[in-house]
Design a protein around this ligand. Structure first.
Ligand SMILES: [Zn+2]
Length: 1053
């Protein structure tokens, strides 16, 4: 699962210079053409050859340069590993079973910089920026003025909510001061009319690259240089160890997530409290942080009073808290901690970082980060400034954890270089005070977004481009999915993120590929059929991806007609591979998002697959096909990535469809996989509802285009493996053609150099992307953690959820590179090894039992839950595609949702009361206690709700009180509960409103809509419900207590 491969390898992504074909297409209009199309069904492909060539579809020599990304640095042959068949070669070829102490595979590159030759203040101009600013049209829904919440100023200029402009004039503000929302245009700032570079305008491109203020503007060869840091940093990032392709975890796609376990109880919106804008500038000491503010090793232990406890798990069986588990707070001085990044966005498996790798190895706990970098935020400070202040050496963005040596100099917290404070940064537009650089928003917020000036662009920001690729074979028609999808698109067409530049297009396919001309001015869409799937070309490309505004009626017309167009199709073949090639060619010039809907195993042309699931092997941990059978999808995904195209796959299939192979198209292109097993428009209403809800979210959620993400860390620490859906462009730069707010990432780290000289370390992620409005933006998160020198402190600060999440990601990799049973062993060993280390090295008196630090009291439980999770379970009949999909979700889900999927929350809901309830906007939300996942806690006279992230299950006991049945379910008795009930009626009873309030509160906390299943005792869903009772014994899996005994036996050896 971990490899490093360049884009454009193998597969030829170039469009041919000219097309040798003669019109292998025909044109039809939808009305009259339909019969003609179907008339030709099954009559051989030659009938598709057009009798007519009157339309201007003649393939002409390809003209016009394709705006193309310069090749990424890693395309150099030296950095190019082989693309062998099968899964990406592991970063660590068959690491030992105890993976946490395997050394990083490929000589990880320390994220540090050349030592500062002297600690002289840096001379020269750190301000490389162009002195112009974009006027942002913004995305008002998600942004905020940089103004105190509730302040009247924030309402002052509603249409321009995006930014404040600290790039303001040096020196004290003019009388009256600049308005907070938008500063008057200083003389050295030229306002652009709008960030709407006409995309193909050469003049515009010129403008973008020539607006330099010092003549030393670099020519960016790649995003690596742009984000990574421009020429100043190039030596360290681009040339150091050029051949070391770091082991990288390629990831998997997944469904969007749900659930927040850290929502403050008083917030209806789950607004991260640390992102609330503080009402006034905080006093910020200008002395270096470390000396004055660190208490970690000294008095800090008192911050973890419970942390000093040890727990004998064999005696204390009820360790699960009755309220959602909170992440541990790093042991930092409160002045630092209050500025720290919200753990929902950025957290570390160890909130106390070991000083040395040797110490880390002793603890036998994995060190890594879990990120949710593009999460929807209620409050996000957005800065527009002509100067984005970054370290001259390592290109770290200035952040709350740098230290100011004096007013004019700041010291980087990652590489320790001393940098100048640029003149513009001296003025604080918030306080309107000159000389307070430490109170600037950049230094007061661990999460912040910058409007990027032009040097952060390789080309004018791309327009939003959406291409939909639909399977229209007979099988597809049978499922009836096209109706739902087209209707959903019609409903949400105006909500697609974008602007006047938004483009849209459609391709359908069965054994042939069908394009649709939507050129403005046509009276109706025209269909073009390509029957030669071995040599795909694009007829009239300019009319196939069209401006949504200009062609909206044609698009709507097509969406209304499409579902009926293929209803007589008998074509059972599926040429998915050629269709993807066609879609890729169509999108290459711009990049964008490709949404592919597939209902079966592809059978025709490139990328055709064969069934290889053996049903009687389903419950075994051996010899199952978790790796792709062809590298076609991976190669195509890499080509897509190189052209800024991400592919999202919607698989709606009752049959085995080899998701292990198909999923590669999304994994490497930074897309997502959605899976609807046995989708059927009539027989499976729950799936229909699920698809509809998920499409609603998918189509309307925020999207970032042509994105890259880099993670930096303090000198001495090093990143060695990434997990998620992306392509690793260079050693630590992730290529994300699309980024969505529901995607999570994980990173494994190691300690390369002893961290003795520092008491704090920081991690910074920077996500550079193009918004759907065409703005280039950078979202930066910075996390600060203490360094510790003892094993005990490491254990005290362990974050058991983050550890479990990282281990799950590593176990997916291990399943691919070794085997499922190997991965399971590694999970168990992770528990045994760390608890053994604790017992032998920390515990002073050897007590009997299984004694664990309080911080890890749930570690065995969570690992057991992982072993019973669909990804890793054995002994049950798990369909291969479902297992692969579960693995996709492990890789692509933010941690909170991964944990909820793995260890759901169980509540009793027939006894809900207002005791301890939340009060949000006049709504009373009951807060029943979380129960342990064991049937012991169920009773036949009750009703129990299980929240498993993307699904809610309400199990009704056979003897459930009549009162609950009538007051909440609205039925007379147990027997009259409908078999497939997925909704609770709104009844005018207190019981009904309490139950509904609780369920909608759970739903509101996640960006997607979990379906509710109401489960009777005889319901087929009951097995799913019981399967999640992870503490119970099953035929093939240990109970929690048995598992503890097993662990104890191993630990006490
Ligand atoms: Zn630095």
């Amino acid at each position: 699962m971990s490899s490093h491969a360049p884009v454009n390898q193998g597969y030829n992504s170039q469009l041919p210079g000219s097309y040798p074909h003669l019109l292998p297409a025909k044109t039809l209009n939808l009305a009259s053409g339909q019969s003609s199309y179907h008339g030709s069904q099954g009559s051989g492909q030659t009938l598709h050859k057009p009798p007519v060539a009157s339309l201007s579809v003649a393939p002409s020599p390809y003209s016009g340069p394709v705006p193309r990304m310069p090749p990424p640095a890693s395309q150099s042959p030296a950095a190019a590993p082989r693309l062998s068949g099968g899964f990406p070669p592991g970063a660590s070829p068959l690491p030992p079973v105890n993976w946490q102490h395997s050394s990083p595979p490929m000589a990880p590159q320390t994220n540090h910089c050349p030592p500062e030759p002297s600690q002289l203040a840096v001379l020269g101009n750190t301000n490389l920026s162009v002195h112009h600013q974009y006027v942002s049209s913004g995305d008002p829904s998600l942004q905020n003025n940089y103004v105190t919440s509730g302040s009247a100023l924030s309402l002052r200029n509603p249409p321009l909510p995006t930014t404040f402009q600290p790039g303001a004039p040096p020196g004290p503000p003019p009388a009256g001061g600049p308005p907070l929302v938008r500063a008057p245009v200083p003389q050295n700032v030229s306002l652009r009319a709008a960030p709407q570079p006409s995309f193909n305008s050469a003049a515009n491109q010129e403008g973008i690259t020539s607006n330099t203020n010092n003549g030393s503007m670099m020519v960016h060869g790649s995003y690596d240089e742009i984000e990574g840091g421009g020429f100043l940093a190039t030596p360290q990032f681009a040339t150091k160890n050029p051949q070391m392709s770091r082991g990288v975890g390629y990831a998997y796609p997944s469904l969007p997530p749900g659930y927040q376990n850290t929502a403050p109880p008083t917030s209806a919106t789950g607004m991260p409290s640390s992102l609330n804008y503080r009402s006034g500038p905080q006093a910020f000491p200008q002395t270096p942080l470390g000396a004055n503010h660190l208490t970690a090793s000294m008095s800090g232990l008192s911050l973890h009073p419970e942390g000093l406890q040890v727990v004998n798990l064999l005696q204390e069986r009820k360790m699960l808290p009755t309220t959602p588990l909170q992440p541990p707070a790093p042991n930092l001085h409160e002045d630092i901690q209050k500025l720290n990044c919200n753990p929902e966005l950025f957290r570390c498996t160890l909130t106390s970082i070991p000083q040395t790798q040797a110490l880390l190895n002793k603890a036998k706990l994995p060190l890594g980060l879990l990120l949710h970098p593009f999460k929807d935020l209620v409050q996000l400070p957005v800065v527009t400034s002509s100067t984005i202040v970054r370290c001259r050496s390592c290109r770290t963005y200035i952040n709350p954890f740098v230290s100011f040596l004096d007013q004019r100099r700041w010291k980087c917290n990652l590489c320790y270089r001393v940098n100048d404070v640029p003149e513009e940064f001296m003025y604080n537009p918030l306080t309107r005070v000159y000389g307070e650089p430490h109170r600037r928003p950049e230094v007061q917020n661990a999460t912040i977004e910058f409007m990027a000036p032009s040097e952060y662009m390789l080309r004018p920001p791309q327009p939003p481009v959406y291409l939909f690729v639909f399977d229209v074979s007979h099988n597809a028609f049978e499922t009836g999915y096209l109706n739902s999808v087209c209707q959903s698109l019609l409903d949400n067409l105006d909500l697609l993120p974008g602007n006047t530049r938004t483009k849209i297009g459609f391709i359908t396919f069965d054994s042939t590929i069908h394009f649709y001309s939507l050129q403005e001015g046509l009276s109706q869409p025209q269909m073009l059929i390509i029957s030669d799937i071995d040599d795909i070309f694009i007829p009239m490309p300019e009319n196939l991806l069209v401006n949504l505004n200009e062609s909206k009626e044609l698009v709507q017309g097509l969406l209304k007609t499409l579902p009926q167009m293929f209803n007589k199709s008998l074509e059972t073949q599926s040429a998915l591979g050629p269709a993807l090639q066609a879609a890729f060619k169509l999108m290459s010039p711009t990049g964008g998002r490709m949404s592919v809907f597939q209902t079966q195993l592809p059978t025709l042309g490139v990328g055709a697959l064969k069934p290889r699931e053996e049903p009687n092997q389903r419950s075994s941990a051996k010899e199952i096909h978790l790796t792709p059978s062809t590298d076609f999808y991976k190669k195509l995904a890499l080509d897509c990535s190189g052209q800024q195209v991400a592919v999202d796959l919607f698989l709606l299939s009752g049959q085995y469809s080899d998701l292990a192979s198909l999923g590669c198209i999304s994994r490497y292109s930074a897309g997502s996989v959605y899976y609807y097993p046995s989708y059927h428009h009539q027989h499976n209403p729950v799936q229909v509802q699920k698809l509809q809800k998920e499409l609603q979210r998918y189509l309307t959620r925020k999207i970032g285009f042509e994105a890259v993400m880099r993670i930096r860390c303090t000198k001495g620490l090093s990143i060695h493996t990434f997990h998620g859906n992306f392509f690793v462009r260079s050693t630590d730069l992730l290529s994300l053609p699309n980024v969505n707010p529901d995607a999570g990432y994980a990173v494994q780290m190691s300690v390369e150099e002893t961290l003795t000289d520092t008491q704090l370390v920081s991690f910074q992620s920077a996500l550079l992307y193009t918004s759907s409005k065409g703005e280039r933006r950078i979202r930066v998160h910075t996390l600060c953690l203490p360094v510790v020198s003892t094993l005990n402190e490491i254990f005290l600060g362990a974050d058991v959820q983050a550890i479990s999440g990282l281990l799950a990601n590593m176990a997916v990799d291990r399943s691919m590179t070794a085997s499922l049973s190997d991965a399971r062993d590694a999970l168990v060993n992770a528990v045994i090894d760390s608890l053994s280390a604790y017992r032998s090295s920390v515990l002073s008196n050897q007590q009997p039992g299984l004694v664990v630090p309080f911080s890890l009291r749930l570690f065995p439980l969570f690992v057991l839950a992982l072993l019973k999770q669909k990804s890793f379970q054995t002994g049950t009949n798990t369909r291969l595609d479902e297992r692969i999909f579960a693995m996709c979700q492990v890789k692509n889900q933010p941690l909170v949702y991964l944990m909820l999927t793995t260890h759901p929350s169980l509540y009793r809901v027939d006894t809900l009361s207002d005791e301890g309830a939340l009060n949000i906007n006049d709504r009373t939300i009951p807060q029943p206690p979380v129960l342990q996942l064991s049937v012991e806690n169920l009773s036949r006279d009750g009703a129990f709700l299980m929240d498993a992230g993307s699904v809610l299950m309400l199990w009704i006991g056979k003897n459930c009180a009549q009162h609950f049945l009538s007051q909440v379910l609205g039925v007379q008795n147990y027997a009259s509960i409908p078999q497939a009930m997925t909704d609770l009626p709104e009844l005018d009873t207190p019981e009904s409103s309490r139950t509904l309030a609780f369920i909608s509160w759970l739903r509101e906390q996640r960006p997607f809509f979990p379906i509710l299943h109401i489960i009777r005792d005889e319901s087929p869903m009951k097995a799913n419900f019981l399967q999640n009772m992870v503490e119970d014994r099953t035929e093939s899996a240990l109970s929690y207590y048995e598992f503890l005994l097993h662990i104890q036996q191993q630990v006490n050896k």
